[in-house]
Every structure is written in C-alpha cells, then in structure tokens.
Ligand binder design. Structure first.
Ligand SMILES: *Cc1c(COP(=O)(O)O)cnc(C)c1O
Length: 398
C-alpha cells in the first residue's frame, strides 16, 4: 500500500507508540489520584505540556490545555471568546477556506446571534492582512484564520495578520481588544510556528497529523486571555476541561511534537523535493491538469491537482484499486459528493472543482512510491476521460 493521505491522518510512529504503551500498561494510574504512581503520570503529562509549549515558543507550559481533538480545541477557542464577549460585541472574521471545524462553529454562532464575515480568497487560496484589517469593525471580537490549508496546502500570511490586529488593538481599550485565533493543525510540527512572532492569542494543535494518536489535541491560550471551561466536570486542566485525561495520547503527542521539531528542517527539504518532483511529473505527463494552491507558499507535503473533464471520486477508486491511498478534498468532504468548499472559494467552477486530487506526502514517503503514482495516474486519467461525457463533448467540439 502506498499511503499518500498524510494530511488526513498519519501513522503513529514507533517512538510515540512505545511511550503510549508505557502509560497504558505500567503507568496507568489516574493522574488525579494521590499515590506516587499517579504523581509520576501527572509529571509525564506536564513534560508533554512543556514539549508542546517549547515547540511553539509559548512563554509558559501552563498556556497549553489538552483536548480530545483538534476540532475540540477549535470549538473551545472560538466559542469561549464569543460567549465571553457576547453582550456588546458579536462580530467574527474568518475566511472562506477554513476547515469545517471552524466554518461550522461560525455557522452555529450565526444561528445564536453572532455576525460572521467569511473573507474571500484569491485564486491560490490566500487572504491578505489588508483584507482582514478592512473587515474589522468596532464590534469585532475575533479573527480566526488557518495557518496552512489542509486541502491545497497554501500557507497564509498569519504573521502579517497578527501585526494588523496588533496595530488596531493599540488604538483600543484592553477590554475592547480583538482576539486572534489560528488553526495551526496542518502547520505545527511541519513548518515553524512561533506564537510570539505570530502575535496569536489562541492556537489549535492536533496529535494525529504529526504521527501521534487520534483523539488528542491541544489549545494554546496566551496568558491573560480569559478562557471559559468548555467541558464541565472535574478539576482537570486547571478546572478548564473536565474529564480524565487521555494520558497515553498526551504523552505520545509530546514525543511526536519533539521529534517533529527536531526533524523539521531535514523533512522539509526532503518533502519539498518529493512534492515538486511529483507536481512536475504529473503536470508534464497529463494534459489539462493544473496545480491547485500557491506554487511556493505551500506545505512541503501537499500536492493538489485538478484534472479537467473527470471526477475526483473515479480517480480515487482507481488509485485505491492500485493500492494507492489519496483524497479528493478533505477527509470530511471526500465521503460526500459536494465539491470542495476550498476550491469553490478559490473561484473554480463546480465541474472543475469535482476533478481534484490531493496527494499528501509523509515522512515515510519514498521516490519509488511517487514513481508508482506517476506510472499509473496518466493511465487512470486517460481511461476516465474516455468514459466521460464532458471529455466527449470537448473532443467533439475540436
Ligand atoms: C485535521 C484538521 C482539523 C481537525 O482536527 P481533528 O484532530 O481531526 O479534530 C482542523 N483543522 C485542520 C486544518 C485540520 O487539518
């Protein structure tokens, strides 16, 4: 099997698995208990918290809160800020190409009285800091922008957006300030993320995109930002997030993030070369194909290509038949027949947005894997075009 869907999820790496097993078999105590076994579990969680804080250059590890997923971290961040300030201000700014965890949270908030601006993006899936600044109103409470897009890999100018927000905040009273939230789930562990450089208040992380387990995430909350509890219960996570902690998952995420930071530069160089090789070969070998997303401001792992006159679903089925795992959009939309909201927002018409293929490279991807794709993909596209009514129409017109 050739796995090229690392943007959807990654395989738990051996070092992570080893660390996790220890905290399920030997050190399985509840971290809230008072015996010695339990305190060593608590220490292990604090070590993971420190590793995550260090990975994003947070000032202090108590700015990191563990969650049950990236989606939970996103919901918590956005709803917490919104609810805190609802009385007098209710405007949120986000972009049209966010993950559904952000978009559907914003859609929900609209149903309970908030006003959301979904900033349009350019053909590469990019927003500018100027667009954000122009959208800010006196009642704006929050800006939520992703750092890197999970479908097309475009890396957003989040540091400039942070600067623009900071500049406007300098003209406001502290209680009227605008909060800046970043969904950094595709970025952390893959490209450098520095919360101070970004000027971000809240930032979401997920374990399973960085070779840790599914079902564990974290929310960075800058000191001084008031965060309401989202899951009410016991005193875990300093009373902010009830529920006995996913200790093994948390410990594993700490190990994963530390390794990802250590290996980042080498991985980026390797994956960028693989990515560019795959893009060049596909575009060269297959007519009427086009790269989606920004050509250079792009995740080293992301290849997203559109093939005119056919549907992405057909490509996925035939790749699967050849032992190749890929995706047509995000994991959440690939189960449905709707075209990707990201590609539509980038201005692609419905019928073209249907023909997209995302191949996301991981740390274990080899050139041989890509050569297999480069070998079978042109044949797949040709066959699908032969049976496509759109292709027939086009050929007839020539
Ligand atoms: C995967 C992903 C999420 C959701 O994270 P989960 O841990 O799967 O809930 C949110 N945003 C982006 C950009 C993602 O890639």
């Amino acid at each position: 099997m050739i796995y090229l869907d690392n943007a959807a999820t990654t395989q738990v790496r051996q070092e992570v698995l080893d660390a996790m097993i220890e905290y399920m078999r030997e050190n399985y105590a509840n971290p809230s208990s008072i015996y010695q076994n339990a305190s060593c579990v608590k220490v292990a969680m604090d070590v993971a918290r420190e590793k995550i804080a260090r990975a994003i250059n947070a000032d202090h590890s108590n700015e990191i809160f563990f969650t049950g997923s990236g989606t939970e971290a996103i919901n918590w961040a956005i709803k917490s800020i919104a609810y805190e300030l609802f009385e007098n201000r209710k405007h949120i700014i986000t972009t049209a190409i966010e993950h559904h965890a952000v978009l559907h949270t914003c859609k929900y908030l609209e149903t309970v009285g908030y006003d959301v601006t979904y900033l349009p993006v350019d053909e590469y899936g990019m927003v500018t800091a100027q667009q954000v600044a122009n959208a800010i109103r006196p009642d704006t409470i929050m800006v939520a922008v992703m750092m890197a897009n999970n479908e097309v890999g475009t890396i957003m100018p989040v540091a400039e957006i942070g600067q623009a927000i900071k500049k406007i905040n300098e003209t406001r009273n502290r209680e009227d300030r605008i909060y800046f939230f970043i969904d950094a789930i595709q970025a952390v562990g893959h490209i450098p993320v520095d919360v101070n450089e970004l000027g971000v208040d809240l930032l979401a992380i997920s374990g399973h995109k960085i070779y840790a387990a599914k079902g564990v995430g974290a929310l960075y909350v800058r000191r001084g930002v008031k965060l309401m509890p989202f899951i009410h219960g016991g005193g875990q996570e300093r009373g902010r997030r009830g529920g006995t902690e996913n200790v093994a998952g948390i410990v594993g995420m700490g190990v994963a993030i530390e390794l990802a930071i250590k290996e980042m530069q080498a991985e980026n160089e390797k994956q960028t070369a693989l990515r560019d090789y795959l893009i060049t070969q596909i575009l060269e070998k297959i007519p009427y194909s086009k790269l989606n997303g920004h050509p250079t401001k792009r995740l080293p792992s992301n290849v997203n290509i559109i093939f005119d006159y056919i549907e992405g679903e057909g490509i996925l089925l035939m790749l699967d038949f050849n032992g190749i795992c890929a995706s047509s959009g995000s994991a959440c939309t690939s189960g449905s027949l709707d075209p990707s909201h990201v590609l539509l927002a980038m201005g692609l018409p419905h019928e073209r947005a249907h023909g997209s293929l995302r191949l996301s490279i991981g740390k274990d991807t080899t050139k041989e894997d890509l050569d297999k794709v480069i070998d079978v993909l042109p044949k797949i596209i040709e066959r699908l075009r032969q049976i496509s009514p759109l292709w027939e129409e086009k050929e007839g017109a020539i």
